[in-house]
Design a protein around this ligand. Sequence first.
Ligand SMILES: Nc1ncnc2c1ncn2[C@@H]1O[C@H](COP(=O)(O)OP(=O)(O)OP(=O)(O)O)[C@@H](O)[C@H]1O
Ligand SMILES: [Mg+2]
Length: 332
Amino acid sequence: MAEIAFVNVTKRYGNTVAVDGASFTVADNEFFCLFGPPLCGKTTILRLILGLETPDSGEILIDDRPVTHVGPAERNIAMVFQNLALFPHMTAEQNIRFPLVERRVPEARIRERLAHAAAKLHIGHILHKHPAQLSGGERQRVAIARALVRDPIAFLMDDPISALDARLREEARVELKRLQREAGRTLIYVTHDQEEAMSVADRMAILDHGRIRQIGAPVALYDRPNSAYVAQLLGSPPINLLPPGLLPGARADAVQVGIRPEDVEVRPGAGARVTGVEPLGGYTVLTIEAQGASLRAMLRGQPAYAPGQSIAIGAAPERMHFFGPEGERLAS
Ligand SMILES: Nc1ncnc2c1ncn2[C@@H]1O[C@H](COP(=O)(O)OP(=O)(O)OP(=O)(O)O)[C@@H](O)[C@H]1O
Ligand SMILES: [Mg+2]
C-alpha cells in the first residue's frame, strides 16, 4: 500500500514560494491529478514526493511514516517524465531493462520482471524496436513498463502525454486509466489539460501559485467550484462569469454570476444578440452579446440561429454559481 500525505508543506526557491502550505492525502491506489496553470507548483510537488527536494516547512508522510528527510532511493517511487525520456539508441527492451541493470539486479530477476511488465502492458511484440519506430502510445507504454519493472510503491507522471496530438492523447488517457487500475498502484499525475484531468482522475487538486484551492472528484469540482478561480479552470468552452444584473433571477448580492455554456437558455426574443455561431455537429456554440458583456451558450444539435439575430437569454437559478468580492463561492 502507498498512501501519500502532505501536511502543511511549503517550498521556496529564493523569493518564490513554489508550494505554499499544501496539505492533501492521496489514498492507496488512487489516480490523483495535480492541475493548474503554468508555474503553479505541480512539478515541485512531484519532486518533493520523490525526495529530490526537501520542504522548508511541513511534513511528507508515506503510509503514515514521515519521509521528509528520507532520500529518493529509499522512497521507491517511480517518475515518468514529461517527454518520456526514452533512450533513442536503445531498443524498448534495453530501455526497460536499464533501471534494473543500473541497480545490478540479477539477470534471472530482470527477465522475470521484464516478462511481467511486457505482459501487463501488451508490448511483447515491440520490445525489439527503437523509440523512433514506436507510436506515441507505444512509447508511453514502454516508459511506464520501465517504471513498473522497478516495482515502485507509487508512480508520478509529469504531463507524460502532452507531446501527443489531440486524438492520440484521448486514446492514451483511456489506456493510462486502464493501466493504473491493472497495475494497482497509487498514481499522482500532472497535467495542464483540464479535460484530461477530469477524464482520468479519481480526485484532483486545483493549484494556484503553490496553494491548493480545492480538492475533490472532478465532477464535484465542476458542479460546485468553491471559487471563480476553480470554476473558470474546468470546462470548455469555459464558464461565463457575468455581472449579476445580466441574467434574470440572479442574486443581487453576488459580484459575479457563473453560468456554464450548457446551462445558458436561449430563445427568440429581445435583450441579447447572437454574434457568432459555431456548428460542431453534436452541438452548437453561440457567442452572445448582452448589455455590453459577451457570453457563450452551448446548445444541443444544430439549432437555426444566425449572427445578428436578436434573442432572449436565461438560466435556471439552481444552475447559477454566485461568487463574492474575493471570487469565493457565496453560501446558498
Ligand atoms: N529549481 C528552481 N529554482 C528556482 N525556482 C524554481 C525552481 N523550480 C521551480 N521554480 C519556481 O517555482 C514555481 C513553481 O514551479 P513548478 O515548476 O513547480 O511549476 P509547474 O506547475 O510545474 O509549471 P509548468 O506547468 O510550467 O510545468 C515557479 O515560479 C518556478 O519558477
Ligand atoms: Mg512542471
